[in-house]
Design a protein around this ligand. Structure first.
Ligand code: 6PG
Length: 467
């Protein structure tokens, strides 16, 4: 009996995707360049319909036609070498699916290369980490629609399901799927940093214990902040260190890593004139955190403000922090979805913003109740210019901006760094300002560079001899 799908790359993600497919009654062929990972997966099998292969040609020949091969290897050159090795055995109409965190421009190149050989190529964003891969990720497939349709029966089966709907929808042509995943990660970075800043205020300004803060996050997770990241934060804060018995969070080194997808999101937005200040500040926060040794030294030299001894009403300020976090999220998602909208127009992708929000409701790292509201906003007005302008969010922000302003100003007076909360407030205040002071910038540019300027009262382009 021929296998219905093949998986190449048996790291944790690839193995779990293969097991997920088998759990949905697919006949899965698996292959890894080194046999150790193949053997490791085989040892885990308990009757699942997964067949290991140690020869690439045999792996390919075991697949029903048109062959569907899901590649889960590290983004970059590894994908190209897998595609190169496969090309020798594939026939016109076969399909390669890249489920790694590939850069969408690489995906566009691979799509073109394979298209010229009649091979279908889908660049597929997969979100949800190891658990998601096994139990149901959010799946963001991009490529030719007819090629997607051939893989859709399997992809929609292995995806997370929300209200009996798969968190998998055709995203758009060529690199669109990997682009949507990239910005998902940019939003993820911002979301995570906003949570860190809320935690920082509660811990450093309100002086709450790790356990108290865990209780607060758990309570928030029952309401409109219900989300995977808020939920795991409560769990993380409750985790005790096996060695000391103290909260594990207290002994984790404060140097953040990153694999690059958040950076790509910022670079693409800067290259294309899209304001993603909150996403970019979350990236810079990771960079500054990596300067640990320098920060320890700087702390001995650079003084902060005098300690403010004023005691704060805990319940009132916890609510301010909740409002601040929610408003920060709205602003960060507004920036991410604006990046979708502007890039979709640039590439003529016609990204389905409503559906993207829908498939983010389950499986992915940024899954949250809040995405229902975002999807409804685009349902009501598909041409919505900015998420902030949707009636629901405009009203919510009108109420919650007070909390954000209180937390940011109180925290900044206390010398606490709030890169994303303050960037959220600045983005909001800049975006809602009809007449700004960028005219002074224009005057400065014209003064020293004769770069000219427009006038608000006359048509045309002007230059002034300022000296
Ligand atoms: C996901 C995650 C995942 C990401 C890791 C590491 O959607 O499942 O975003 O794709 O690669 O979380 O990301 P960083 O190392 O860049 O934080």
């Amino acid at each position: 009996m021929l296998n219905t799908i093949g998986v190449i790359g048996l790291g944790v993600m690839g193995s779990n995707i293969a097991l997920n497919m088998a759990s949905k009654y697919e006949q899965v062929a698996v292959y890894n360049y080194t046999r150790d990972l193949t053997d490791k997966l085989v040892q885990k099998l308990e009757g699942q319909t997964v067949t290991p292969y140690y020869d690439l040609e045999a792996f390919v020949q075991s697949l029903e036609v048109p062959r569907k091969i899901f590649v889960m290897v590290t983004a970059g050159k590894a994908i190209d070498s897998v595609i190169h090795s496969l090309a020798a055995f594939l026939e016109e109409g076969d399909i390669i699916m890249d489920g790694g965190n590939s850069h969408y421009e690489d995906t566009e190149r691979r799509y073109d290369e394979l298209k010229s050989k009649g091979i279908g190529f889908l660049g597929i964003g997969i979100s949800g980490g190891e658990v998601g891969a096994l139990t149901g990720p959010s799946i963001m497939p991009g490529g030719d629609k007819d090629v997607y349709e051939k893989a859709a029966p399997i992809l929609t089966k292995i995806a997370a399901q929300v209200e009996s709907e798969p968190c998998c929808v055709y995203i758009g042509p060529k690199g669109a799927g990997h682009f949507v995943k990239m910005v998902h990660n940019g939003i993820e970075y911002a979301d995570m940093q906003l949570i860190v800043e809320a935690y920082t205020f509660l811990r450093e300004k309100l002086g709450l214990s790790v356990e108290d803060i865990a209780d607060i996050f758990e309570t928030w997770n029952q309401g409109e902040l219900k989300s995977y990241l808020v939920e795991i934060t409560a769990e993380i804060l409750r985790k005790k260190d096996d060695v000391t018995g103290l909260p594990l969070i207290n002994v984790i080194l404060d140097k953040a890593g990153q694999k690059g997808t958040g950076k790509w999101t910022s670079i693409q937005s800067i290259d294309n004139g899209i304001p993603t200040s909150i996403i970019t500040e979350s990236l810079f926060a990771r960079y500054i955190s990596s300067l640990k040794e320098e920060r320890v030294m700087a702390e001995t030299i650079l003084a902060g403000p005098d300690k403010d001894q004023q005691s704060l009403d805990k319940d009132m300020w916890v609510e301010y922090v909740r409002q601040a976090l929610y408003m920060g999220k709205i602003c960060a998602y507004a920036q991410g979805f604006t990046q979708y909208k502007m890039t979709s127009r640039q590439y003529n992708w016609n990204l389905p913003l409503k559906d993207i929000a829908l498939i983010f409701r389950g499986g992915c790292i940024i899954r949250a109740q809040f995405l229902n509201v975002i999807s409804e906003a685009y349902q009501e007005k598909p041409s919505l210019t900015n998420l902030l302008l949707s009636p629901y969010f405009a009203k919510k922000i009108k109420d919650y901006q007070y909390g954000l302003r209180k937390v940011v100003s109180k925290g900044i007076q206390a010398g606490i760094a709030f890169p994303c909360l303050s960037a959220s407030l600045t983005y909001y205040d800049s975006y809602r300002t009809g007449t700004s002071n960028a005219n002074l910038l224009q005057a400065q540019r014209d003064y020293f560079g004769a770069h000219t300027y427009e006038r608000s009262d006359l048509e045309g382009v002007f230059h002034t001899n300022w000296q």
